[in-house]
Design a protein around this ligand. Structure first.
Ligand SMILES: Cc1cc2nc3c(=O)[nH]c(=O)nc-3n(C[C@H](O)[C@H](O)[C@H](O)COP(=O)(O)OP(=O)(O)OC[C@H]3O[C@@H](n4cnc5c(N)ncnc54)[C@H](O)[C@@H]3O)c2cc1C
Length: 472
């Protein structure tokens, strides 16, 4: 008897996770990837000068290192090595100091002074039970929790805005730190759920750290591809799928695509009603990103910043809140909140000896054409005077440039769609991974649990596809 077969369209972390689940179940899997290199937004390339390796998309990987599915795979045997910087995160302030997020909860407790106790009391229950917690938060909601008390406890704060959660803290320094964490949500810090992102980022920092893969995010992708190879699966790059009609016959098709591309390639196979639901899907703000080749380390005012791979540049809670609110209102902030990674400081494979790389982005309205370079670098100069003098080369990615290298980054949206309450519950529709066609599923970050490199969208989609396929 022939083995059942599946095609996965798109080789981002969710496409590869789906392909591995299908391969583990014994299906013959072909992954079809539009770009010449697999990985989607988890790729590493020489984007500036020879010898400087830059992460095109994801750089820092708490959710990959803490992913229930990725953790179950022998990725280390396929070359994946996580590197932890001594501190998780630095948040420099104008007085020349930096608020530090340490991985060890007790050290953070000590470093946050008056707020140390409130911080650790808020995070500890979830840090201690990360394995249970990760399984719950990285799956579709609503579903019946396996750990109801833990999730009820999380839900109390998580549904709040970041501003409400920050009321736990008395010091402006801690509030600033929390604002930077919550701003990963791309939501206004006054919106419900923005608090949940801040908490999840902090909890992951203490539970698993915010590691970078040696060699860049491509190392994670390569390890996933190699593991898929051991299960008999293939990844075919430079194979853009224009229409599912042109594909050979497969028993299952999983699409690591956002709703817009799904409709384009599966138009003939989807019902009118489902396509109307997908048309209502809302994309989130975009990213304006810059990769730097540097002649030396970044000249931070606070030397503490040299202990962390990730730096949040935005100043106080109120400044970050104003920046994120402006973006949500379709405006371009004068002082954008900037997320920066300095991987070469902890991974010498990323740049020639003595030289460095930096990766930075700020949030902009979806599809923005405004050049934010000056404003982004002004934030860098604010906390690292002389930064511009260190730049050997830079590569600027507008939202359109990001999308041109990964079609899922619609209008520069790096999260696969806005994560407001509606799209938190129904992502991309009430069907989640299923579509109106029995053999077609969607498995990208436009499905639960959403953006970030964790592979759990692909994992859940493939599990559902398999159980439906087997039940005939
Ligand atoms: C600038 C940036 C910074 C980020 N930083 C982080 C971070 O530090 N940490 C983190 O965890 N996450 C980060 N993310 C988010 C993370 O990278 C994404 O959430 C994640 O990659 C989503 O995975 P995915 O598989 O759903 O989609 P993608 O990674 O986008 O992969 C989709 C794939 O589908 C392919 N494709 C699209 N259309 C077709 C077609 N018609 N035919 C064939 N193939 C097609 C694309 O080429 C792409 O390879 C970042 C993203 C970006 C862009």
């Amino acid at each position: 008897m022939n083995r059942p077969s599946a095609s996965v369209v798109g080789s981002g972390p969710n496409g590869l996770a789906a392909a591995i689940v299908l391969g583990q179940a014994g299906l013959q899997v072909d992954v079809l990837e539009a770009e010449p290199i697999p990985g989607g937004a988890a790729r590493t390339m020489e984007l500036t000068l020879p010898g400087f390796l830059h992460d095109f998309g994801s750089a820092v990987h708490p959710l990959a290192a803490g992913s229930p599915f990725f953790s179950s795979l022998p990725l280390r045997n396929h070359g994946l090595e996580w590197i932890h910087s001594p501190a998780v995160l630095a948040h420099p302030l104008d007085d020349g100091t930096a608020v530090m997020l340490e991985r060890d909860l007790r050290e953070t407790d000590a470093s946050l002074g008056v707020d140390g106790k409130s911080w650790s009391e808020l995070m500890r229950p979830f840090v201690k039970r990360w394995q249970d917690f990760a399984v719950e938060v990285l799956r579709p909601i609503p579903s019946i929790p396996k750990h109801p008390w833990l999730m009820a406890r999380f839900g109390v704060s998580a549904l709040l805005s970041a501003r409400s959660v920050a009321r736990h803290f008395r010091s402006e320094r801690t509030r600033a730190l929390f604002a930077g964490l919550a701003a990963h949500s791309f939501l206004s810090l006054d919106e419900p759920l923005s608090g949940a992102f801040g908490l999840l980022m902090a909890i992951s920092a203490h539970a698993v750290g915010w590691p970078i893969p040696r060699g860049g995010s491509q190392s994670l992708t390569n390890a996933l591809c190699r593991h898929l190879g051991t299960l008999g699966g293939n990844v075919n790059s430079s194979s853009r799928v224009e229409s599912l009609v042109s594909l050979p016959r497969y028993d299952l098709i999983l699409c690591d695509l956002t709703p817009r591309q799904l409709v384009t390639i599966a138009r003939e196979r989807l019902s009118y009603c489902y396509k109307r639901q997908l048309a209502k899907f809302r994309y989130g703000p975009g990213a304006f990103k810059v990769d730097y080749a540097l002649r030396g380390p970044i000249p931070w005012k606070s030397s503490e910043c040299l202990r962390a791979a990730t730096i949040h540049l935005g100043g106080s809670f109120e400044e970050i809140a104003a920046s994120e609110k402006a973006v949500r209102n379709g405006q371009h902030p004068d002082q954008p909140f900037v997320l920066l990674a300095q991987p070469s400081f902890f991974d010498s494979s990323r740049a020639p000896e003595g030289k460095h790389t930096a990766w930075a982005y700020c949030h902009v309205p979806n599809g923005s054409r405004v050049d934010m370079l000056g404003r982004l670098e002004a934030q860098l100069e604010r906390f690292a005077p002389g930064f511009r003098d260190c730049v050997l080369a830079r590569r600027v990615f507008s939202p359109a440039a990001l999308e041109s290298m990964d079609a899922n980054l619609v209008g520069g949206d790096i999260g696969g769609g806005a994560m407001d309450i509606r799209q938190f519950l129904f992502r991309p529709t009430w069907r989640h991974y299923a579509t109106s066609a029995k053999d077609i599923y969607i498995c990208s970050s436009s499905t639960p649990p959403g953006g970030g490199v964790h592979g759990m969208c692909g994992y859940h989609a493939a599990k559902l596809a398999l159980s439906t396929f087997r039940s005939g």
